[in-house]
Design a protein around this ligand. Structure first.
Ligand code: DPM
Length: 360
C-alpha cells in the first residue's frame, strides 16, 4: 500500500512533529543495531519522533543454506528497500557489509557510523576453552560459511577443517555449544559485542591470520536518495574516518566485481592524514592469493569544507559534511588497488572461486 510521503504526529504538548519510521530486520542483532542508531539520532535531533518497524528478509527465512550458495543479491536488504520505496519506512539501518557496493537506483547510504572492532573472532566450544586456532587438535572442525574466512584460515591453519554453519548469531552459538559438530566458530567481533557476548571471544584474528570483510563492523543508514532533508539530518551521524575507510574498501570490492560471496578481504588504517588500504583475493582453498597495500592523502582541505554539502555519491555513500576531496581520494584508492590486483591475475582467481562455489 502506498502511504503519504511524510507522517506527522501530535505530541502531548499539542505540537506537531515529523514521525521518522525506521525499518529493521527482525533478528536480535538487527534490532539492537537499529535501536542504537535511533537513540543516537534522537540525542542529536531531540525534536523528531521515531518509530521502529521490524521485517523479515529472505536472508532471515532461508536458514539452512550457505549465504554464498543462495545466489540472491541484496539478501538481507530487498524487503527493507521495498518498504523504503513505498514510503512505509523512511530509513533503514544495516550492517554496511551486507549492503551491495552498487545500490538499486533511488537509494543511498546517508550515514556510516563509527566502526566497532572490524576483526573476526574465534568462539570456542566450551570443552576447548583456553585453546587457540593454533593449538586446537588436528582436524578440529571450524564453523563458518564465509568463503573469505575459510580461504584465509585454511591457508594459515592447515591442520583444521571447515564446515558451513548458518542461522543468526543466537542459533549459531546454540549449534556450537549444544552439539559436538564444531570445535569453534568464527564470527565478527562487532556482532558479538553488540549482542553482549564479548565474553565468548577467545581470540581476535589479526590481519596476518584473517583480514576482515569490506565494511565489517560499521553500521549504515540507507534512505531514498531524493530525501535531501533526511540526508542533511543524518549527516551528523557520519564518522569521517569510518566513512573514508569504508569508501575505499567498497570501491576496491566494486572494481574487482566481487559480491558478498567472494573470498575478498581488506584492512584499512588512518595515520597522519594518510589512508592505507590492504586488499586481497583468495582461491577457495587459500592456496592462491594476491595481496597488496596502497595509500592516499585524506587531509581535509579548506576549500573542500565549503563544498562539504554538495551531494555527491561514492560507492553508494552520500556523506554530507565529510570532505568531498577526501571521499574522492578514498574511492580512487580502492579502484587503483583493485586495478593493481587485476593486473596480477585477480580476475582469474575470483572466476575460478565462483565456479567452484557454484558447483559445491
Ligand atoms: C556477509 C558475510 C557474513 C555476513 C560474509 C563475510 C558472514 C557469513 C557467515 C557479507 N554478511 O563476512 O565474509 O559467517 O556465514 C553478517 C554478520 C554481521 C553483519 C555476522 C558475522 C555483524 C557484524 C557487522 C553476516 N553481517 O559476520 O559474524 O556488523 O559487520
Amino acid at each position: 500500500m502506498e502511504e503519504q510521503k511524510y507522517k506527522y504526529i501530535r505530541k502531548g504538548d499539542g505540537t506537531v512533529c515529523r514521525l521518522i519510521r525506521i525499518g529493521t530486520r527482525k533478528s536480535e542483532l538487527a534490532r539492537i543495531q537499529t535501536k542504537s542508531v535511533a537513540e543516537k539520532l534522537k540525542e542529536l535531533h531531540p525534536d523528531i519522533s521515531l518509530e521502529i518497524v521490524a521485517m523479515s528478509t529472505i536472508g532471515d527465512k532461508i536458514l539452512d543454506t550457505a549465504l554464498s550458495k543462495i545466489g540472491e543479491k541484496s539478501l538481507f536488504t530487498k524487503e527493507l528497500e521495498t518498504a523504503l520505496e513505498k514510503n512505509m519506512v523512511d530509513l533503514v539501518v544495516h550492517s554496511l557489509k551486507d549492503l551491495p557496493t552498487t545500490l538499486p537506483p533511488g537509494f543511498t547510504i546517508a550515514a556510516v557510523l563509527k566502526r566497532e572492532n572490524p576483526h573476526d573472532a574465534v568462539v570456542l566450544h566450551p570443552k576447548h576453552v583456553g585453546k587457540t586456532l593454533d593449538t586446537l587438535p588436528e582436524k578440529s572442525v571450524i564453523g563458518t560459511s564465509s568463503l573469505r574466512r575459510a580461504a584465509q584460515l585454511k591457508r594459515r591453519f592447515p591442520h583444521l577443517e571447515f564446515k558451513d554453519i548458518r542461522g543468526n548469531l543466537n542459533t549459531r552459538l546454540k549449534k556450537l555449544d549444544e552439539k559436538e559438530d564444531f570445535a569453534a566458530i568464527i564470527l565478527a567481533a562487532a556482532g558479538l559485542k553488540r549482542m553482549g557476548w564479548e565474553n565468548r571471544i577467545s581470540q581476535i584474528l589479526e590481519p596476518g591470520d584473517c583480514m576482515y570483510a569490506v565494511g565489517q563492523g560499521a553500521l549504515a543508514v540507507e534512505v531514498r536518495a531524493k530525501d535531501t532533508d533526511l540526508l542533511e539530518m543524518l549527516s551528523v551521524l557520519n564518522d569521517t574516518e569510518t566513512v573514508l575507510r569504508c569508501i575505499s574498501e567498497r570501491a576496491f570490492l566494486r572494481h574487482l566485481e566481487g559480491g558478498c560471496s567472494v573470498p575478498v578481504a581488506v584492512h584499512t588504517l588512518v595515520k597522519d592524514s594518510q589512508l592505507y588500504l590492504t586488499g586481497a583475493v583468495y582461491s577457495l582453498d587459500g592456496s592462491e592469493s594476491l595481496k597488496d597495500t596502497m595509500q592516499t592523502s585524506i587531509a581535509a582541505s579548506d576549500k573542500s569544507s565549503e563544498e562539504g554539502d554538495q551531494q555527491e555519491e561514492h560507492v553508494g555513500v552520500t556523506a554530507l559534511k565529510v570532505c568531498s576531496v577526501s571521499q574522492a581520494n578514498a574511492e580512487r584508492l580502492g579502484v587503483e588497488l583493485a586495478s593493481l590486483l587485476l593486473s596480477k591475475g585477480a580476475k582469474e582467481i575470483l572466476t575460478v572461486a565462483r565456479q567452484l562455489n557454484d558447483a559445491r
